[in-house]
Design a protein around this ligand. Structure first.
Ligand code: ZN
Length: 258
């Protein structure tokens, strides 16, 4: 568990080797075999330039060393009246509680005010645009990601993210929205050479993630980093206004992984 999370939150070259084989599978066109092998060999040796890392990248993740890119396909929006629930998705890998957590997160993201208006129109629209029956695979290692090659969104229902460039802990629910943006609007990322790591992560973090965080009173961040924190609920987060954890609590203390 620590190993995979470490690969997620660290930008160091040595961690890149962990993902080298996986990265090589996607986002490279057929016929590039020689180049792929050469890149993979050099990735394993930690010798890739940022651009080459982008070429090899596969996963779009919530935080960390993943130089996201790949073949994200924008899914066509499908008409859906009312808020979506777990029943609108193909949920794999989880138990009853995980499904309840997913429902709680979806409800939280699509919450309305007393007049029936979406508190976060951005989150509500994003969820509405998710393809009916899209796969949400439940994980418990905090390593949220979206995999363009398979269309699988991996989500940990109890994983908060302690942001290093902001104040406090973002909810697991916000992590779900982050990955949904990759799935719905994903583009091929190019290395940015800064804390955002690549253009796709920068697009999501400065775009929907920040907007939704503001809408829901959660902390924002100014990079692609953070450390995972196990929370008691999917919606537990630091309320920016008070600086306190609301909608739940911390179940296990934060570990910064580099
Ligand atoms: Zn991401």
């Amino acid at each position: 568990m620590d190993v995979s999370v470490s690969a997620r939150v660290s930008g160091s070259v040595s961690n890149g080797a962990t993902h080298a084989d996986a990265y090589g599978r996607a986002s490279l066109s057929v016929g590039d075999g020689g180049e792929i092998n050469a890149l993979q060999a050099r990735a394993a040796a930690g010798q890739l330039s940022p651009v080459e890392q982008g070429t090899l990248a596969r996963l779009m993740d919530r935080a960390g060393g993943g130089t996201a890119a790949g073949t994200a396909s924008a899914k066509a929006p499908k008409a859906h009246s009312g808020a979506k629930t777990a029943a609108d998705f193909t949920v794999t890998g989880g138990n009853k509680q995980d499904k309840a957590d997913l429902n709680a997160a979806l409800k939280y993201l699509q919450q309305t005010d007393s007049s029936g208006k979406a508190v976060s129109p951005t989150a509500t629209k994003l969820i509405a645009k998710m393809k009916e029956g899209a796969t949400i695979h439940i994980i418990h290692d905090g390593n949220d990601s979206y995999e363009p090659s398979t269309g699988v969104l991996n989500w940990d229902p109890k994983s908060g993210l302690k942001v290093t460039s902001g104040e406090g802990i973002q909810s697991a629910a916000l992590g779900l929205a982050h990955e949904m943006d990759h799935e719905v609007n994903g583009t091929v990322g190019k290395p940015t050479g800064d804390g955002y790591q690549n253009t796709e992560e920068k697009r999501v973090i400065t775009g929907s993630e920040t907007t939704i965080a503001h809408d829901l009173g959660e902390p924002t961040r100014k990079d692609h980093y953070g450390s995972t924190v196990v929370m008691t609920t999917a919606n537990a987060h630091t309320e920016v206004k008070s600086g306190k954890i609301v909608d739940g609590a911390i179940a296990a203390s934060a570990t910064t992984r580099h």
